[in-house]
Design a protein around this ligand. Sequence first.
Ligand code: BGC
Length: 761
Amino acid sequence: MNQGRVSRRTLLAGAGAALAWSASPLRAMLQQAEAEAGPATRRSIAALIKEMTLEEKAGQLTLMPAAWSGGVATDLNPPGADNNFTKQIAAAVAGDLTGVFNGNGAAMALRMQRAVMERSRLKIPLLFAADVIHGYRTIFPVGVGEAASFEPALAERTARIAAFEASGAGIDWTFAPMVDIARDQRWGRTMEGAGEDVLIGRLFAAARVRGFQGKSLARDDTLMACVKHFAAYGAAEAGLDYNSVDMSLPRLVEIYLRPYRAGIDAGAGSVMTAFNELNGVPSTGNHWLQTEVLRDDWGFEGFVVSDYTSDEEMIAAGFAADRREAARIAFLAGVDMSMTSGVYREHLPGLVRDGLVSEDQLDRSVRRVLAAKAALGLFDDPFLRIDPAREKKRSRLPSSLALAREAAQKSIVLVRNEGDLLPLSPKTKLALIGPFVRDGRDINGPWVVYGDNGQSVDLAVGLKNAGADFSMTLGSDVEAPIPGGIEAAVAAARAADVVLLAIGESERMSGEAQSRSEIVLPAPQQALAEAVAQTGKPIVVILRNGRALALHGAVKNAPAILVTWFLGSESGNAIADVLFGKVSPSGRLPVSFPHESGQEPYYYAHKSTGRPNPPGPLQEYKAHYRETANNALFPFGHGLTYGKISYSDLALSAKRLSGGSIEVAATIRNSGSRAAVETVQLYTHQRVASMTQPVRQLRAFRKIALGAGKAKTVRFVLTGEDLAFVNGAGKWVREAGVIDVWIAPNAEAEGVHGTFDFAPA
Ligand code: BGC
């Protein structure tokens, strides 16, 4: 028996995890881990911690980028000066590391774990983390794209497969889901989350956590999730990544904090801080956020990790004088683990010796991290997820690729289809034009560490697989013209019946640090679109995008527009499926598409103002821009099908809601000749309250299949809880008043409307 190993049972007992169990899924998982722990009880966690030096404790709280050069991973997270694998193994053996992230598969993990289990003093297994954001080898649509499915269960399934593949490659812990609400489309990380809406954000956060973590963390096919970036990272001023956030308490509590809470309530084992400051205090040094809200109020029992070097960045932010102070502030704020900067390993021992950090508090963070390792099954089997032979066997299985195709199909949003240009007959002579026709670089999208663009099905291959008759012309590069490109594209358009214009953003144009001041198509692509439109041939725009864009000219006016985001492995096949009507498009926009960049931040759930501009022309001294309409070009929730859908007959079960619930129903009809999947949405608005309320808020939605000529009654149930809001003191309240209610196809459509009185009991 290896004296250095500790079973989950003893660790959990030591962590006090056996006390006061509630229904929390994380607790349930820890409890299950305890029940399943191997019979060999070694030493208790308390004894282990007693045996650890201060340096070893600080080491357990220190996570580093893997030094084994990981290709794309290295591009994402530039290695530190000490990027040397042998040195890193030595550091791990010396107890200076709790684990590494974005490494290079099971072979790397095996070498490191073996070294630690054979040669380190305490034999505490390493933890292997990675950014498995929208797939591991099988790449699913980017987060915002998948959110367009309005199907959280789909996100749970794709996260499950991502966990299955990644855990097969030695990874224990993913830095996902990213659940930051994004209401300013200049912010490049919009692509990673679930868009602008709080309900969608909550449902997708929880679904993704469930998908990654499965029913038990102690299995070789699950990953521990990490809800990030806590908090309000998506509200960076002016959409500038890393910028300050200054936000009222009601908005923070009612909107921004809720998706994190949903992920935590779903059992997420860890939380990552954010780069931004919140109301003057960096998130990573924010005791109110990381301790009072997260632990005292929400009861979070996992551990908190800093985002990359965000602890050290408090120096540049003007919140800490030096690395030692940065370590102290972050640690005392409640951040258990430091990523990348090394400030904990460097300074926590000295801070304890100098009495600035208590050893009890240090021990508590170490216990949290060890409890996570125990829950992941690593104390019973440090090699649980490390089996180089397994890695390939789990990669890109036909069933995983089939799911990628389904997810991609469901993420595509048809935002315009004049004259029923789509679906296309397979006989149509097509000119496929644009920088994304062949797609070695850009198909998977940002935040893919381990997927291979070259393995993903691009548009040209997708069309070929569908038996389409098409020519192919680049016309332009993404951000630069190609000599003769426009002429070639115009000639190709002239020779065809319909143009498929594959334009948009490259992989590098969204994602971390990819803020844009203008969310428009690059000029060379716009010029290409204008020239092609001059031919008079009907254009189907196939938009590649990581955020909502402001569309102009020939693109805005194209008779058909498909928003296709970055769809991943099965991109081209899924787009072809929609183009030729093999599937009816069903996606809905999780972010509003404004008319102009200058409208940002634009979101449907905005306030009225005291001078709203009534629908119709712009009026003087009303809230509007001189140059553009106030509304969205394509609002949140918008998306067409190949059916002809109408909404009628709103019915309320009562005129008044006090206790209990009220039922709101409407009839949805498909009078078209093709089957459709309609996403029916329920919105409310409280007319008068002690805090002004958004003009609309999504309360529920349902996807329904409607055959040609068929109608269905869709019923929603609202309770008083749905109508609660957060007052100026940050408390949830319910107030009496008149409630507008809509069942509608999107956030700005009238659909069917009614009112009822709300009189909370
Ligand atoms: C990102 C995180 C990510 C981390 C590690 C940071 O730059 O903000 O989302 O998990 O790097 O790759």
